[in-house]
Each structure stands twice: as structure tokens, then as C-alpha cells.
Design a protein around this ligand. Structure first.
Ligand code: FAD
Length: 395
């Protein structure tokens, strides 16, 4: 029995990545995907493969849709194939390892479609999901704002119900919205209750058609001169209530659930895979011991991250909530893929060049310019470590 004044020592919460083997039926699917990629990407250059899941090709997305590989876990009545999350995992990892241009449908498949299945209305599902599975309907994410990135609950884009307009009149600015200029819809997090008791209340998600009057999409150039992300300005844009996703005021909980899908997939450690492939190829003819050791270390890290990510996929398949484990995968995976360009540069001593004559120099140039963003997009390193600390009861 506990003595007065004696504190109970509660066990510290922990996390676990139980080893999980992909079921044997996924192997036949893997062969099918590889055969498809060999044919479709036969002429696709390494410099383009390095774009990984940022590569945007509606034609390729439609070919994937025809194979039944977009929304493949969704119900058949919406065009899905009712396959398992682990089968989907195999398709994703093969696509990423090959550097296939999957960016057009990526967000729809990973999070916007699942969001609608969970919280959307029947009308919204019927409107969006069948064309999404055909690879014809693309989404972007409207969360960040000029003064709200990590501190998402501080967003200020707000909507007020108007009887006259029969809709939500919306004003504010979203920023860093990847592919907003090429997508039909954005899922936007918007403040609908100005006097909510806490910052996490009074937020609502909306499906926003990107051609809504009052919406202006302006490109932002990235470090490498590319224009993939945007500033999206709402000026008295009227959003119909039929496009509200989920309950009014429940946006925060919905967004948190969405982020668990966003953080643990193979895209969190395969962004620099084209360079790993180049180093492995180089080590076949170059007998430098340093190269062999570094490449071996890289491949073993990759294998471990893959096991961790598959373990999270198996937890999602079992209906668990692996938010903590997903943050660990994104943090460890992001650091891994971020380090690879520097390691490659150091090992081979060849300089990056975007216009270089060789594929390797182009791949290195692209990844060196983009690697800094790997620990920002989808939640920064510090924020992920905060989530881990909270999950472990340390803060
Ligand atoms: C390539 C790319 C694509 C993106 N695409 C999208 C998109 O499609 N849609 C979208 O909504 N957003 C998108 N973003 C934005 C991204 O989500 C934000 O950049 C990210 O959440 C960080 O926000 P911030 O840039 O405002 O930085 P800040 O939040 O200002 O952070 C600046 C620095 O301070 C640190 N910091 C902040 N708060 C804390 C804290 N509490 N404790 C410790 N350290 C802290 C951060 O870790 C970071 O190092 C994208 C970003 C990138 C790089």
C-alpha cells in the first residue's frame, strides 16, 4: 500500500515498431507494378526521376488510375478497389523508388480522399472520389498562412455565414500551397467562429474549388527557380455550406487525424533515392573502401526506415492511431534523405550542375537545392520532436 506523500511512479509511455512482413500476395502486385513502370518510364531521365513525388503528370496519373492504383483502398462504389493499406504501400514504394511522376494525385490519394471518406457527405464523395480514382481530380492543402506555419491553430483566414449570399464569405491568405495552380480543389482550414473559447475551437475544413470567384492564386518561386507552391488569397470568396467537410468547428481534430496519414509513408525516406541508386551503381566499378562503407551504411538505414514505415502502415491497417510512431518515421526519414546529397558530394567529389552534361550532376543539383525543405514540409523537425516528447509524457 502507498504511504502518504509517496508519489506513484507511472510507467513512462513508450512506442514500438513491431516487425511486420508484407503479406505474400503483395509480391505479385509488386511484379505487376514493376512491369508497368519498366514500360511507362523506359525513357524517363534520372534528372526527372529525382523530382520524386513532386513530379506532376496528369497523363501518368490517369494511367495509374486505369490500373486501379489510385484510391485503391476505397470502397468500390466510389471507384476504389477495396485493397489493403499494405498493398497500397507496395504500389507507393515502387512508384517512389522508380521516381515516377505521381505528384498530381498524391495529396488526393494520401489524405483528401480518406478525409472525405471519413468526414465528407455522400454528395461530396460522389462528386470527387470516382474522378479522383481515375487520376483526373487533384487536391492541394490549404493549412499554412503567412503568420501560421508550425503554430497552425493561429490561422486567421476566416469565414462568416451570410444569409444574403447563402454561403460562407471568406477572407484571408494561405501560403506555400503546393500545386494550387494545377489542382481543382483545396481542402482549406478556416476560422468560422471568431469568439471561440480556445484557438483550437471554431475551425472548420472546406472543400474549395480553385476557380471560386474571389480566389487569387499567385506562384511563389522556390530556391531552385521552380514554381510549385503558391500564395492563395480569399477576397470575399463565397463557399457553399454543401462544401463544408465535417462538423462546423471540428476542423482541428480532423486536421490532426489527417496529419498521421501524411507523416509515415515511404515518401518520407525515399526523396533522395535516385542518388542512393547512383552510389550503389558507382560502387560496382569503384573499389574505394570509403564509398563501400558509406553506401552500405546508407542501405542499412534505408532498410531500417522501411521496416519502421511498414510497421506504421500495419498499425493504420489495424485501425490503431500511430501518430507518435509516424512522427518518428518522418523525423528519422527526413534527416536521412536530407543528408544524402552532402554525403554523395563528399564521396564522389563531382560538382552539382542543373545544366550539367551528365544525369548524376543534374540529380545532385536538384536534390541539393531541395533537401533543406525535407525537414520543413509536413511539419518541421522541432515540431515533430515536440510531438514525440508529448507522446512520451515528457512535456
Ligand atoms: C516544399 C514545401 C511544401 C509545402 N507545401 C504546403 C502545402 O501544400 N500546404 C500548406 O498548408 N503548407 C505547405 N508548406 C508549409 C509548411 O507546412 C510550413 O513551412 C511548416 O509547417 C513550417 O511553418 P513555417 O514555414 O511558417 O515556419 P515556422 O513555423 O515559422 O518555423 C520557423 C522555425 O521555428 C521552429 N519552431 C516553430 N515553432 C516552434 C516551437 N514551438 N518549438 C520549437 N521550434 C519551433 C521551426 O521548427 C522552424 O525551424 C510547405 C512547405 C514546404 C517547404
Amino acid at each position: 500500500m502507498q504511504n502518504p506523500g509517496e508519489e506513484t511512479q507511472l510507467p513512462m509511455p513508450s512506442f514500438d515498431f513491431l516487425p511486420y512482413d508484407l503479406p505474400p500476395e503483395t509480391e505479385a502486385l509488386r511484379e505487376e507494378v514493376r512491369a508497368f513502370l519498366d514500360k511507362e518510364l523506359a525513357e524517363y531521365p534520372p534528372g526527372m526521376r529525382a523530382h520524386s513525388w513532386m513530379g506532376f503528370s496528369p497523363e501518368f496519373s490517369q494511367k495509374m488510375g486505369a490500373q486501379g492504383w489510385i484510391g485503391m483502398t476505397w470502397p468500390k462504389k466510389y471507384g476504389g478497389r477495396e485493397r489493403s493499406a499494405l498493398e497500397r504501400y507496395v504500389v507507393l514504394e515502387e512508384m517512389l523508388a522508380a521516381g515516377a511522376p505521381v505528384g498530381a494525385h498524391w495529396i488526393t490519394d494520401r489524405q483528401s480522399g480518406p478525409l472525405l471518406l471519413r468526414y465528407g457527405t455522400e454528395e461530396q464523395r460522389e462528386l470527387i472520389l470516382p474522378s479522383a480514382t481515375r487520376g483526373e481530380c487533384y487536391f492541394c492543402i490549404g493549412m499554412s498562412e503567412p503568420d501560421s506555419g508550425s503554430d497552425l491553430a493561429s490561422i486567421r483566414t476566416s469565414a462568416k455565414w451570410s444569409e444574403a449570399d447563402q454561403g460562407w464569405v471568406t477572407n484571408g491568405t494561405k501560403v506555400w500551397t503546393t500545386n494550387a495552380h494545377r489542382c481543382q480543389y483545396m481542402v482549406a482550414l478556416i476560422r468560422t467562429e471568431g469568439d471561440a473559447k480556445s484557438r483550437h475551437e471554431g475551425l472548420t475544413q472546406f472543400l474549395v474549388a480553385t476557380d471560386t470567384p474571389g480566389l487569387t492564386i499567385r506562384p511563389i518561386k522556390d530556391l531552385a527557380g521552380g514554381e510549385h507552391f503558391n500564395e492563395v488569397v480569399f477576397e470575399n470568396a463565397v463557399l457553399p455550406d454543401t462544401m463544408r467537410v465535417g462538423k462546423e468547428g471540428a476542423g482541428w481534430q480532423q486536421v490532426m487525424a489527417e496529419l498521421a496519414f501524411e507523416r509515415s509513408g515511404p515518401e518520407r525516406y525515399l526523396s533522395s533515392f535516385e542518388l542512393v541508386r547512383a552510389l550503389v551503381r558507382e560502387s560496382e566499378t569503384n573499389d574505394s573502401e570509403r564509398l563501400a562503407v558509406a553506401t552500405g551504411r546508407m542501405v542499412s538505414h534505408l532498410a531500417t526506415l522501411r521496416q519502421m514505415s511498414i510497421s506504421v502502415a500495419s498499425m493504420l491497417e489495424a485501425g490503431a492511431d500511430p501518430a507518435l510512431e509516424a512522427a518518428v518515421v518522418k523525423d528519422a526519414g527526413g534527416s536521412f534523405e536530407q543528408d544524402i546529397p552532402e554525403i554523395a558530394h563528399d564521396l564522389l567529389g563531382r560538382e552539382p550542375s542543373a545544366e550539367g552534361p551528365h544525369d548524376y550532376e543534374q540529380v545532385l543539383a536538384f536534390l541539393m537545392q531541395h533537401a533543406p525543405s525535407f525537414s520543413l514540409r509536413g511539419g518541421t523537425r522541432e515540431i515533430l520532436r515536440g510531438i514525440m516528447a508529448r507522446g512520451l509524457g515528457l512535456r
